[in-house]
Design a protein. Sequence first.
Length: 396
Amino acid sequence: MVHTSIQEGVYSLLQNIGQESILKEYKEFYLRRSLTLYDYRDLQKGILTTKVQNYLEKTLEYYFNKYLKKYICSLTNIDKHFLQKVLKENFSNFYIGVSDEGDITGFPIQRDYLDILSTTIQEKIHLYYKDIIGLHYEKGVNEIQVGEKTFYDFEKLLSSLKKHTKVNIHILNKTKGENKNYRIMDSQINEVIEEQREYERDLIKYKNLKVQKRKYNEKYSQSFHKLIRSGIMDEFCKFLHNGNREGEIVFKHFLEFLKSKIKKLGDVENYLSFGEYIEDSFYPDDKDLDNYYGEKMKDFLKNYKDFKSKMLKKNIIIEPFCRKSPNLKLNSLLKNVSAFTKQFYDNDEVIHIMIQVELPFIKDKNAYLGLKENKSVKIIKRTYEETMDMPCTSSY
């Protein structure tokens, strides 16, 4: 039977309970999903909405599923090399709501969620213990292979551990003082908001330039029946003849001829194929006249291609807009609900809590807890990384 209790007044928000050790593992609480700025403004006013409460509950479930079973094993399997140093202790502890430095950051919840949370944790731990097996080098009946080592099933060990596992949900003493993490977070969020404003101004300028560039390009690339009737033809005429009056008259005469033949979308296909003039399409019954206008058409197309190329080179040059939205930085910032301590000081319906799971660790050098996974058993143990000078978890 796993014991679950709700305790009030034992710990306070922002209290330091010392560094992590081989017998203590801390997890600071951050939401799985990022909040919006509207949610953030509510939290600033000391309002815990149904949406945020739902995010809290979903995140807690994630924390339980991701960490609890793992640390039930590792914090029970203290590395045998370190047992002599901790023999006077009886429990190892797993905390949710404590920073790596040992500061109790907690997290806010609605007070009426406490009973549901207590029941949920108890059910989860009972469920996790179904995937755990007691192992011993000498005692037991069934042989169990873990890597190259042979153990025996030891049910008595598991039942004893279950009996002494304790879950404490601590209601934390509130603080009137402003949380320094909140000040830092609020400053960072305001900086991002200002960056976003500048980003959006620059993005609008960039988009306007792109529209301007596209419209300029389209002006010289429009459908042929519209092109020969547009003001572009005046530019084209000047490009070809540069004040030569006779040449301009000939050009305008041919332009009127084209307008008489190509009046609507699709007409051009009667005279051009893949950008080339179709022989005998202007005057099927008059070879000389068709050759005359056909050559004019070929010159028109060739010269317009050169003219268009020259004009498009005069278009504005736009540097690529490679910046990312500063709002992306908010995703990590808006997962921190623990920083709102002062904001909920006067709200009796909202409490800050920390979860502590006390686990009896095995002092028998021949005994371990095993974790059943994919038809095999592995041992996860709590040890110490000397080079990094910190406790850690390893498995075999």
